[in-house]
Design a protein around this ligand. Structure first.
Ligand code: COA
Length: 186
C-alpha cells in the first residue's frame, strides 16, 4: 500500500507542467539511465507533445503510463512514473515496464509499489508476461524487480541506446498467468 500523501494516477493531458518540473528537478539523477533527451523535453510544451504521443499509444493499446504524485491540490508534484509499454498481443501477450522515482523519494519502497500497480493493471489487460531490462550496473532497479517477483533470465548485449551508446542489459521477466490468450491469435 502506498504511504500517506502519495497517489498513482494515469498520465493525463493536464500533467505537462508538473511532469516537466519533475524532469527538470531529476535531470542529473535520471541522465545515467535515460536516452539523451532534447532540451524541449524539459519544457511544458515538450511534455505536452510527449503526453499527446503517449495518449495516442494508449488508445492503440500499446502503452499505459502512470504518474506518482505527492501532496494535495495545487501543491501536488510528480515524483515518479511507471509504464507498461510495447504491448504485443497474439501468441506473445507480453509488454515491457519502465519506471523512475524522484531523487528525494528514494529508499521508501515507492518504486516497488509502482511496479505492483502495473503488475495488477497488466493482469487486468490479460497480459501473460511482463519484461524489464536494466543496465548491468543499475543494481537499485534490479533490486526493485527481484522484490517484485521478476526473475533474471539473461543478459542482452548492446540492447538499448542509452547515454549515447548501445548498452548491455540484464533481462527480467514475470509470468502473470498460464491461461490461453484472451484475444484472437492470428
Ligand atoms: C530504480 C529506482 C526507481 C529504485 O528506487 P528505490 O527507491 O531504490 O526503490 P524502492 O522505492 O522500491 O525502494 C527500495 C528501498 O526502500 C527500502 N524500503 C523501505 N520501505 C520499503 C517498503 N515498504 N517496501 C519495499 N522497500 C522498502 C528497501 O529496503 C530499499 O532500500 P535499499 O535500497 O537500502 O535496499 C531509482 O533508483 C531510480 O529512479 N533510478 C533512476 C531511474 C532508473 O534507473 N529507472 C529504472 C531503469 S531500468
Amino acid at each position: 500500500m502506498l504511504a500517506d500523501g502519495y497517489e498513482i494516477r494515469p498520465l493525463a493531458r493536464a500533467d505537462a507542467g508538473a511532469r516537466a518540473a519533475a524532469y527538470v528537478r531529476n535531470r542529473e539523477h535520471l541522465e545515467p539511465w535515460d536516452p539523451v533527451r532534447p532540451e524541449s523535453y524539459y519544457t511544458e510544451r515538450g511534455q505536452a507533445d510527449d503526453i499527446a504521443r503517449q495518449l495516442l499509444e494508449r488508445e492503440k493499446g500499446k502503452r499505459h503510463a502512470f504518474l506518482l504524485w505527492y501532496g494535495a491540490g495545487d501543491g501536488a508534484s510528480v515524483v515518479g512514473q511507471v509504464s507498461i509499454d510495447n504491448v504485443v498481443r497474439g501468441v506473445l501477450q507480453s509488454a515491457t515496464i519502465g519506471y523512475w522515482l524522484d531523487h528525494e523519494h528514494l529508499g521508501r519502497g515507492l518504486a516497488t509499489e509502482m511496479v505492483a500497480h502495473v503488475v495488477e493493471h497488466a493482469q487486468e489487460l490479460g497480459l501473460h508476461r511482463l519484461e524489464a531490462g536494466t543496465m548491468v550496473d543499475n543494481t537499485a532497479s534490479q533490486a526493485v524487480l527481484r522484490r517484485s517477483a521478476f526473475s533474471e533470465y539473461g543478459v542482452a548485449e548492446r540492447f538499448l541506446y542509452i547515454r549515447g551508446a548501445w548498452q548491455d542489459h540484464v533481462l527480467f521477466q514475470r509470468i502473470l498467468h498460464d491461461d490461453p490468450p484472451g484475444n484472437p491469435v492470428p
